[in-house]
Design a protein around this ligand. Structure first.
Ligand code: SF4
Length: 134
């Protein structure tokens, strides 16, 4: 499984909204699988991943909204820098979640995600707060 940096935060607050039905189904399945198999090894990337695989914005392996609103890849890199994970590293999902708990803060998340079209819904931040609290 390959997951890009910023998607680790998206997954925390996912509530079935997305670009289309196929995308939502795929993302739901990935989240469910990771929650059930927390020892799964994840290759951490800063390009299209298993979630992007069924996204209508994925055109020939490139995110067509990469530069709007704000670079998607830069969001990946910013998240991974805070987590202390290098692009290309293979890490157990459980350890990634623990690193989010330990190193991510609401303020840092807001800085990275503020211009994302989904962030305004508030679900992502709620998911993060729940992780921190639980
Ligand atoms: S919008 Fe871009 S980064 Fe987001 S899931 Fe689709 S292809 Fe991936």
């Amino acid at each position: 499984m390959e997951i890009r940096g910023h998607h680790f935060l998206c997954m925390l607050g996912f509530r079935g909204l997305g670009y289309d039905e196929e995308f939502v189904k795929n993302m739901n399945e990935i989240i469910e699988r990771l929650n059930n198999e927390q020892d799964m090894l994840i290759k951490v990337v800063d390009n299209v991943d298993n979630i992007c695989a069924l996204c209508p914005n994925n055109i020939d392996g490139e995110c067509k909204i990469e530069s709007y609103p704000g670079s998607v890849r830069e969001k990946d890199r910013a998240v991974l820098k805070i987590l202390g994970i290098k692009v290309g590293e293979v890490v157990r999902y459980r350890d990634i979640v623990n690193k989010i708990k330990e190193n991510m803060t609401e303020e840092k998340m807001m800085n990275i995600c503020k211009d994302c079209e989904w962030f305004g819904l508030g679900y992502c931040l709620e998911g993060f707060k729940k992780l921190k609290g639980g």
